[in-house]
Design a protein around this ligand. Structure first.
Ligand code: UDP
Length: 237
């Protein structure tokens, strides 16, 4: 597999073309960003941690029956992935109130949301990823109705599976964001599932073990990410 030119450079990851038109190389960099890119920093080891955490979780999801873009772990910070035709939406599930939800509704952080809340956001950095709903998807032709209902169902299934999975390691899955795309007319989980895109709390202390440590300007981000890996018995290569 030959790594070719850069296809897309995001805030924390880069996609490269390969000599196979159906496959891309996804590289996780050491960068981290908050406030829609207004704050950017670098953390040593973060790229390799996120790459291998993402690969581990996506592999678990594949075994559970979710189709994902991952093909092969290529190196410490790179994974070979399918080239998807991505939907321009972000799907968020919230099991507990946190982050923007707390600000929007004035609800106390940690409040149980039962059944979990499903939210949609438009992928549009210039407009700060505004919240949308099924009506927006229809009017702006973002996702076909049949795909959207499958995407919502899949996101809930991923949530149920991962909630139980993390709980076995005494971790609470507070919320997360996922993105999907089409490949061969099938809906495939793309982008990433990492501690940058999900909130995980310690079950007993409710300590945050995710990107909120950075968002809140606290120390110990990488230590927390590594503690999660240790709990899940993920050995870094
Ligand atoms: N999230 C993400 N990318 C975004 C926005 C949110 O991965 O551009 C994730 C975030 O890590 C959290 C969930 O989606 O797990 C809900 O985020 P929220 O809406 O609370 O936004 P935030 O507090 O990050 O601004």
């Amino acid at each position: 597999m030959q790594k070719l030119d850069e296809l897309y450079r995001g805030k924390t990851k880069t996609l490269y073309n390969t000599d196979d038109p159906l496959l891309l190389i996804l590289e996780f960099r050491n960068d981290i960003s908050a406030l829609n890119g207004q704050r950017i920093d670098k953390f040593c080891r973060k790229g390799m941690i996120n790459n291998q955490f993402n690969y581990f979780i996506m592999s678990k999801l594949e075994k559970f029956g979710v189709l994902t873009q991952i093909e092969k772990l290529l190196s410490q910070s790179e994974t070979l992935v399918k080239k998807l035709d991505m939907f321009p939406i972000e799907c968020v599930i919230r099991n507990r109130a946190a982050g923007s939800f707390v600000k929007r509704f004035g609800i106390k952080e940690g409040f149980y949301l039962n059944p979990p809340i499903f939210e949609l956001f438009l992928k549009n950095d210039c407009q700060n990823d505004p919240m949308i709903n099924t009506s927006y998807c229809k009017t702006f032709k973002l996702v076909k109705k049949k795909y959207l209902s499958q995407i919502q169902k899949l996101t809930y299934q991923i949530n149920e599976f991962l909630c139980n999975f993390f709980l076995k390691s005494d971790l609470i899955l507070v919320d997360f964001k996922v993105e999907f795309g089409l490949y061969d007319n099938k809906i495939i989980l793309g982008d990433e599932f990492s501690l940058d895109s999900a909130r995980l709390w310690d079950r007993s202390t409710l300590d945050k073990m995710d990107k909120d440590i950075y968002r809140q300007n606290r120390l110990g981000l990488i230590e927390a990410y590594e503690a999660v890996l240790k709990r899940l018995d993920i050995q870094l290569t």
